[in-house]
Design a protein around this ligand. Sequence first.
Ligand code: UDP
Length: 369
Amino acid sequence: MMYDYLIVGAGLFGATFAHEMTKSGKKCLVIDRRNHIGGNIYCENINGINVHKYGAHIFHTSNEKVWNYVNQFVDFNNYINSPIANYNGELYNMPFNMNTFTKLWPDVKTPEQARNKIEEQKKVLNGKQPENLEEQAISLVGVDIYKKLVKEYTEKQWGRDCKELPPFIIKRLPVRFTFNNNYFNDRYQGIPIGGYNVLIEKLLEGSDVELNIDYLKNKEKYNSMAKRILYTGMIDEYYNYKLGNLEWRTLKFENEIFNDIDNYQGVAVMNFNTHNEKYTRIIEHKHFEFNDCKGTVITKEYPSAWKLGDEAYYPVNDEKNSDLYKQYETLANNEENVIFGGRLGQYKYYDMDKVIVAALELVDSEKNR
Ligand code: UDP
């Protein structure tokens, strides 16, 4: 059978693209090397709890089009992410807001006092424009919060000094002078009712799907089956690392299942902000879904450097890797029939809503070819 599109990777990017192309009358074959669909948003049901197997995913967007788009397929609950940061047993609200400031600085009671405190503390920068994550963090929240809640967490997460990381990573987090613990500023937020698998299953309806297929080992065969190819795996792996390998961060997940504890930490996400714990956070999955079942499942998340055979989760968008990616991108742009998409294909720290936007843009450009 000749397909219009071979889509390598059954994650959110590939599934969205497959859905739209199928809808417009194209035949799509979606393949994945894992034994399940969904990429990193896949959930595994353990004891009635949807466990985010490849890391916690919270859907949030300000893009009405994207929100309406996903709501065609699945309803969302009213989960609002409000993680807790644990600094050696002291608990602080995230993101950085009046709850955090007043607990950390007992003399601070008003937004003005909080602003003044931060202004005072950022004087160490001498008015310099932030050029790295450390300077960006100090400029946003001052030295105390940087030291307690940012520095060591970030070092664990990225395996490098905050001075060697780009400022944009910390700009993902809101800083607010109100008592508002919502981790995101977006207008819409929630977790799909029934879990993310429902969304992906719906997106893939009408496409052919083959699992446990290593595309790169069967390239000739699969290339001959389709007119065009969307590749959503790691771009450097596609080129057999011929220009050198891009650096990625990977995560190891350690699940613990409790039958005798119904509520382990009282919140879905608790960050551990010092080097005393090797993990960066503990996820208690049931709280994403207000699930009041017996027992609970928690996951400790251990970041480390990616090596061959590991799953890639985060691109390391420092200068060196961004330059190397650009070289791979040049190769990719010269491909006649292969398109690269998604976090791994574009070496981009994409959130889910941005993945959908990008996949829909690709759909438009394919339709206009
Ligand atoms: N971060 C931090 N302390 C925290 C949480 C986050 O310093 O308690 C920083 C850290 O550098 C991290 C970045 O903020 O990489 C972005 O965090 P986010 O929660 O958006 O990361 P993700 O959920 O994508 O892993």
